[in-house]
Write a protein that binds this ligand. Structure first.
Ligand code: PLP
Length: 370
């Protein structure tokens, strides 16, 4: 006898296919029985948070019984100085991933279209589908760069409400210069919100980024997860016009930002020497990976981020190499979609982590033929 279910999710939610954008290393450890992994799969910083941030957060821990400031006022004051904008043009969230969800919920009505690049950062897609939007995809160019012409053309053709672009991009690591970015932005439909995800901007010189224009069709997002090494604290922010901040303010979870994360972020911003140390150490790590790949006759994609994509020729070989590395306790990821699916993506670790990767990578490549 067919059982009649009394409790069902709302139809729009029931229609969503189950998706998990990220399988965490903890899950992989449970699956493989490894008590420890060399974590090079999620572009986390191997260099930790600033020691000053750790000290500030440790000192404040006893006050975790208090809610954080729902306005993140002190942090936004510092960010306003850093970005030469008004406090009212900033909104803080528990990471870009949360802010992205708010932006989609606010600006992509059910059934409306949102445009991104096939195989680029997947959280956007997750939110678009989750809020009942229509996902429209442009492809990467064969060299792994974003296809700006295709994005512009598709944005007009499909009358999209939102265009997403990560610059620098993940998983390719490629970067769109400020002139190109400005031309791209100017060519997009004027009634589409441009969500410019600058998660890796801290690895790029300010002068190379698109100038800080505040317009209601531009929302830029930044995070403390990458160069500042605070991924587990969950804190990021968006810079945009006040009207958009006011809109996001209506739907934002007011105590959603961890009190200690606010304190750590403030201390991190006061320690730019540490950020510069991380940026330099990461640049060295990228060079190490490029040298390693060259010594193995493998190509890499030039990267402006804390990770490098290495070309293994075919998607099948890239998958096998990734899985074999995991068996040896080295966790990396690979892009899932063509044309980048023949690459593996390796985060820059400490010199010791890079050495562990190199040793395992050389051994695995010898076993997994081209
Ligand atoms: C890591 C990453 C994020 C996530 O940032 P959080 O602030 O940790 O949520 C967003 N976008 C891109 C492109 C990333 O690589």
């Amino acid at each position: 006898m067919e059982e009649t279910k009394l409790i069902r999710p709302a139809p729009a939610i029931e229609a969503i296919p189950p998706t998990v954008p990220f399988i965490g290393p903890e899950q992989l450890m449970r699956q493989t029985g490894h008590a420890e992994l060399v974590r090079l799969g999620a572009n986390e910083s191997a260099f930790g948070p600033s020691p000053k941030a750790v000290e500030a957060m440790a000192a404040e821990l006893p006050r975790l019984s208090w809610y954080g400031d729902p306005e993140s006022y002190d942090l936004r004051s510092m960010l306003a100085v850093k970005h030469r904008c008004a406090i009212e043009e900033l909104v803080v969230g528990s990471g870009i991933d949360e802010l992205m969800g708010l932006v989609v919920r606010a600006f992509v009505a059910p059934g409306a279209a949102a445009l991104t690049t096939r195989g680029s950062y997947p959280t956007l897609n997750y939110h678009v589908i989750g809020y009942g939007g229509r996902l429209v995809l442009a492809g990467y160019r064969s060299d792994g760069r974003l296809d700006l012409e295709a994005l512009v053309e598709t944005a007009h053709r499909e009358s999209v409400s939102l265009v997403y672009l990560a610059n620098p991009d993940n998983p390719s690591g490629t970067f769109v210069s400020h002139d190109e970015m400005q031309r791209f932005y100017d060519a997009l439909p004027k009634n589409a919100v441009v969500l410019l995800d600058e998660a890796y901007a801290d690895f790029v010189d300010d002068g190379e980024l698109m100038p800080a224009t505040i317009e209601d069709r531009l929302i830029r997002t930044r995070t403390f997860s990458k160069a500042y090494g605070m991924a587990g604290a969950r804190i990021g922010y968006a810079i945009t016009a006040r009207s958009n901040v006011d809109t996001l303010q209506k739907i934002r979870l007011h105590y959603g930002v961890n009190r200690n994360a606010q304190i750590g972020a403030i201390a991190s911003l006061s320690d730019d020497a540490f950020r510069r140390f991380v940026v330099d150490a990461v640049a060295q790590g990228r060079e190490d990976y490029a040298r390693l790949a060259a010594s193995l006759n493998l190509a890499t994609i030039p990267s402006k981020t804390n990770f490098v994509c290495i070309d293994l020729g075919t998607a099948d070989r890239a998958t096998r190499v990734m899985n074999e590395l995991l068996q040896r306790g080295v966790w990396i990821r690979k892009p899932a979609q063509a044309p980048l699916d023949r690459f593996v993506r390796v985060s820059v670790g400490t010199p010791a982590m890079r050495a562990a990767f190199e040793q395992a990578f050389r051994a695995v490549l010898a076993e997994v033929p081209a």
